[in-house]
Design a protein around this ligand. Structure first.
Ligand code: SAM
Length: 285
């Protein structure tokens, strides 16, 4: 497996020193693959209130390099904390992708963009996908993904600042979960996701649909549509999920203009988009 560091610059993450050494022993906790979660060792589980404070605070970080530094530090406890938040996005997105899959999953090569600690890979494996590559902008998160042992290839890459370090038309499917929001992966990165997808391949994307993310979501929908109008891909499906993850603040559950973005039972909504890359780009008159 490769786990390359960025060659300098590029958003302030990925220096040699930020790849932490693997821990010596497991001290409890379970990852999404049923194995001990690399980040859940001996650290007491945080309360919902503590996790809300931490994650809610991170939503206000709009500078990408600061955000990636936040992830570097959060990596050891990410799996445990998102479990407290009942973060369902990896399971929901992979379920959505798998439902549209018509060939044997073990033959498919998947790229997990902004793979984090590997929760999406764990869900992919549960569904029979076993050829999985990943990229992320945080060396700390990537190191956790490496320890999970489900990826054949991992690489440090900051979307929006650099190209994906892979050839065009390579993957049967590209998936990006939990990273399309303000201060993370910009909508301008969509063509890059499309570039590395095989013609006829699928791109699965998620974003939060709660009030504080409505502006980004609108920009994302516009960017998705622009590519569809240009004949680069076509929409296969879109699914809104009411219980995406627990709200990090009461105002997160409140509806925005027109009642959009309302949460239920303390959860915020999210949305999954699925697109199919066109066989060949059409020329627009
Ligand atoms: C909320 S986590 C989601 C991780 C994983 N996909 C999941 O669902 O558990 C967001 C991930 O996106 C990564 N990320 C944020 N902005 C990024 C960017 N511009 N380029 C690459 N990775 C980015 C972070 O480092 C972090 O690992």
């Amino acid at each position: 497996m490769l786990l390359r560091r960025r060659k300098g610059g590029g958003g302030g993450s990925g220096t040699e020193g930020r790849l932490s050494p693997p821990p010596g022993r497991w001290r409890g906790g379970r990852g999404g693959d049923g194995n001990p979660s690399p980040g859940s060792m001996a650290t007491p589980r945080r309360s919902l209130e503590e996790v809300r404070d931490l994650v809610g605070g991170s939503h206000s970080i709009s500078d990408l390099s600061q955000k990636l530094q936040f992830y570097d530090q959060w990596a050891p406890r990410y799996d445990q904390d998102v479990d407290v938040l009942e973060y369902g996005a990896p399971r929901l997105a992979v379920g959505h992708l798998a439902a549209a899959w018509s060939s044997p999953p073990e033959e498919a090569l998947i790229l997990d963009v902004a793979c984090g600690t590997g929760l999406v890979a764990a869900e992919l494996r549960r569904r029979g996908f076993c050829q999985i590559h990943g990229v992320d902008g945080s060396a700390g998160m990537l190191e956790r993904a490496r320890q999970r042992g489900l990826y054949q290839w991992l690489n440090l890459c900051t979307l929006g600042q650099e190209s994906l370090p892979v050839p065009s038309d390579r993957y049967d499917a590209v998936i990006i979960v939990g990273a399309l929001s303000e201060g993370q992966v910009p909508c301008s990165a969509l063509p890059e996701l499309l570039r590395v997808t095989k013609p006829g391949g699928l791109v699965c994307l998620t974003t939060r649909a709660n009030t504080s993310n409505l502006r980004y979501k609108a920009d994302l929908e516009e960017a998705l549509e622009t590519l569809a109008r240009a004949g680069r891909w076509e929409r296969v499906s879109e699914r809104t999920v009411e219980r995406w993850e627990r709200a990090t603040a009461p105002e997160e559950e409140q509806p925005g203009p027109g009642g959009q973005g309302r949460g239920v039972d303390g959860f915020i909504p999210g949305v999954i988009f699925l697109y199919r890359k066109s066989p060949a780009p059409r020329t627009v008159p």
